[in-house]
Write a protein that binds this ligand. Structure first.
Ligand SMILES: [Zn+2]
Length: 144
């Protein structure tokens, strides 16, 4: 008889725990639905846009313009972007370049260009680009 009573008590406790768990899950689901219905912020839209080909192209070309890289008769910004995006390795040391999107690291892809004329020279890893600025001041780089 005692065993039976204990079993019933255990089942009642289990039922109570499951009921609480289900209530919590329903509450969490409501919160997720509420968050998903919230309008996106401008930063979220911008982040999504920059993950597209067109968005990344606009962002990168704008950055090159700010840094003084110029177009010439030999290349347009669009042509340079497509080359830069898929370029496999550093033209100086041969290290495999990091993906175009991502945090800055030693093998990030850089557009080496003359800082006096703005003319593009090579696609280098970040290390080689910085070294060129320090050790070849005649290259026109300032090391930044
Ligand atoms: Zn390199």
């Amino acid at each position: 008889m005692l065993l039976w009573q204990n079993t019933v008590l255990s089942l009642a406790n289990l039922h109570l725990s499951l009921t609480k768990l289900i209530k919590n899950l329903i509450c969490i689901n409501k919160q997720i639905n509420y968050y998903n219905k919230m309008p996106k912020t401008n930063a979220e839209y911008l982040h999504e846009y920059r993950n597209t080909y067109e968005g990344l192209k606009k962002y990168i070309i704008d950055k090159w313009k700010r840094k003084g890289l110029v177009e010439t008769e030999q290349y347009t910004y669009e042509e340079l972007f497509d080359t830069w995006l898929w370029f496999p390795e550093c033209e100086n040391c041969g290290v495999e370049l990091a993906p175009a999107r991502g945090a800055r690291c030693s093998n990030s892809r850089c557009m080496d260009h003359c800082h006096k004329t703005g003319i593009f020279r090579n696609i280098l890893c970040n290390s080689c680009n910085v070294k060129r600025g320090y050790y070849e001041p005649e290259s026109g780089n300032t090391g930044v």
